[in-house]
Design a protein around this ligand. Structure first.
Ligand code: DGT
Ligand code: CA
Ligand code: CA
Ligand code: ZN
Length: 575
């Protein structure tokens, strides 16, 4: 049995143990074991079979797991898993992926109804059967129905952040193949889409096909769907992300990158343009129709140039006017990560973050930033230990003390203040006025009627202390839709009041998304890009926010936290 299958058995058993409400410590040890084995370069079965080796030498594998692994390798399963599968249906695992359905609910549903498929569960919710059970109601039925529909829509798509991490690991590995020159991700990942269906990787070099052999031999790669000398397809990791790797000759590298980066819509428009000019464009190059002479192909630049276009950044390739802009020299100078000089949304231990003020500041300095705003939650988020007026004012004083000792870096005292149901700020204006940078965010009552939500946000924008609207649509990728309101009305009002639109770079949010960023810019808005970090290492997610901004055609001038420290400080000072 291969490592990936062993890892899957462990991780599924951990899921079943959650449903059975077993000991958290044991569940974690199964999960840790699964990820240790998934990333292991050697087969577990080989280690177990070697006379002088001990599986417990592998970090993350203790004595208990060692016995489990022996049993798995011997007979393809283990007793704990068999017991659990007798009690719960294998489809319980699928149900765990549905937002609104926790392990406890799944257990209760199973105990009462023996629901074993999503269709059955859907029917029970439609018929209003759940509300008869203790602590369940019509609301939960609705939530589960929404969750199922989301699950079906999102099934088979992955967060940009996950696809990007997988691509980094895989391309670094493939690039080590001797005789390989380029290993480059294309497809929706290169365009920076917020979710990715599969990875498309292009390889060149005299020995490019050896990279395909290395690809299918990677320990995390399984379910090989095809493997020839030009292309290999397989799945990556426990999550089963599909990866297509293509080997192309150097003279076609640019053409292949262009073709496989897409989008389909951009490519269709580009091919039509090529035809009008007497060319054909495909993944091998740009050719004259009459003589079949290759005009371009080694680089993307020469292909776009031969078509009379400036090179178009991948994030813009959606056939939304970028070809026209490239033709007339009107492509914007897109924002780059290096232009970011600060991060303006983060949490510390003061509320629900894991780092201290000092740790967040140190991590930000390591990224080369000149300033940050620390924005813990306000008191309405009681479970996050949000700040009340007294703690907010005390925090502002603490930040002043910090700044007095650290003159080369600046912390702005901030708050992510809840917008209450009626649009009032969670904290009083006197306390808010003590702070340098207040973000207003919705964390509750997300299902208001659109008109009520619009009024609520309009009222929030009236607060003179508010500098930014946090995660402005509230969406959670693959889980929760944006809440409904009149976006244009809010964007216009925000522009008028000089309240900035946040682009939240947290991988599961990426909120605002590209289309709304472009719209907000048209309506006169300025933006901030921030990570909403709850741990120092989350500050590194800034690049995903920058990617969204680039997809929304933003330049450095649109984004307030590209300003140098003094100019930024001035920009947030009340006039
Ligand atoms: P995804 O994987 O669903 O997140 O989105 P993409 O854009 O990566 O789509 P994918 O993987 O099906 O194909 C990668 C690129 O290859 C796509 O953006 C454009 C190009 N491509 C694939 N199939 C076709 C096709 O039938 N016609 C054209 N013009 N281009 C194609
Ligand atoms: Ca793709
Ligand atoms: Ca693909
Ligand atoms: Zn928030």
């Amino acid at each position: 049995m291969e490592n990936i299958e062993i890892a899957r058995l462990l991780s599924e058993t951990a899921d079943l143990m959650e449903i059975a409400e077993e000991d958290g410590f044991r569940i974690r040890s199964y999960r840790n074991g699964a990820s240790a084995i998934e990333g292991l370069g050697e087969r577990v079965a080989d280690i177990l079979a070697a006379p002088h080796r001990k599986i417990t030498d592998v970090p993350g594998i203790g004595k208990g797991l060692a016995a489990v692994l022996t049993e798995i390798v011997e007979r393809g399963s283990f007793s704990r898993r068999d017991e659990l599968l007798e009690r719960y249906p294998p489809t319980a695992l699928e149900m765990l992926r549905i937002q609104g359905l926790g392990p406890k609910t799944i257990r209760v549903l199973w105990d009462h109804f023996r629901v074993s498929t999503l269709e059955e569960l859907e029917r029970l919710c439609r018929e209003g059967k759940l509300r008869d059970l203790p602590r369940m109601g019509a609301k939960l039925e609705e939530k589960i129905l929404k969750g199922i529909s989301h699950y079906r829509q999102g099934a088979g798509r992955f967060l940009l952040h996950f696809a990007d991490s997988a691509a980094r690991e895989l391309t670094a590995y493939l690039a080590e193949t001797p005789g390989v020159d380029h290993v480059t991700p294309a497809g929706s990942l290169r365009r920076g889409k917020d979710t990715v269906g599969d990875l498309d990787i292009v390889v060149t070099g005299e020995n490019a096909s050896a990279a395909l052999d290395r690809f299918v031999a990677h320990p995390r790669v399984h379910d090989i769907l095809g493997h020839g000398s030009n292309k290999a397809s397989a799945r990556w990791g426990l999550e089963g992300l599909q990866v297509d790797v293509r080997a192309v000759p150097a003279e076609s590298f640019g053409a292949a990158m262009q073709y496989f980066t897409g989008s389909k819509e951009h490519n269709v428009a580009l091919r039509q343009r090529a035809q009008k000019m007497g060319f054909t464009l495909n993944e091998y190059g740009l050719f004259k129709v009459d003589s079949e002479e290759r005009v371009a192909g080694a680089t993307e630049q020469e292909i776009y140039a031969a078509l009379g276009l400036a090179w178009i950044p991948p994030e813009m390739r959606e056939n939304q006017g970028e070809i026209e802009a490239a033709e007339t020299g009107q492509l914007p100078g897109l924002l780059e990560l290096a232009a970011m000089r600060g991060d303006l949304h983060m949490h510390t231990r003061e509320s629900d973050g894991r780092g201290t003020l000092e740790e967040m500041a140190a991590a930000a300095q390591a990224l080369g930033y000149e300033y940050i705003a620390v924005t813990d939650h306000s008191k309405a988020l009681a479970m996050a230990n949000g700040l009340d007026e007294r703690r907010a004012v005390a925090f502002a004083a603490e930040v002043r003390e910090f700044n007095a000792k650290n003159t080369h870096f600046r912390v702005f005292s901030g708050l992510e203040c809840d917008i209450l149901r009626d649009g009032r700020m969670d904290l009083g204006e006197d306390a808010l006025a003590e702070l340098d940078f207040v973000i207003a965010s919705v964390h509750s009552y997300m299902n208001l009627e659109p008109a009520a939500m619009t009024d609520r946000l309009l009222r929030a924008l009236e607060s003179p202390s508010v500098k930014a609207l946090g995660h402005p649509t509230g969406r959670v990728l693959l889980h929760r839709d944006a809440y409904a309101y009149e976006f244009d009305t809010i964007a216009r009002e925000a522009a008028k009041r000089n309240v900035w639109m946040e682009i939240n770079a947290s991988p599961e949010r990426l909120d605002l998304h590209a289309v709304l960023i472009r719209r907000a810019k048209e309506l006169g808005c300025k933006f901030t890009i921030s990570t909403d970090a709850h741990h120092p290492k989350h500050l590194a997610n800034m690049r995903y926010g920058v990617t969204m901004a680039r997809r929304g055609w933003l330049t450095p001038a649109d984004v307030m936290n590209t300003l140098p420290r003094a100019a930024f400080s001035k920009a947030i000072t009340r006039g």
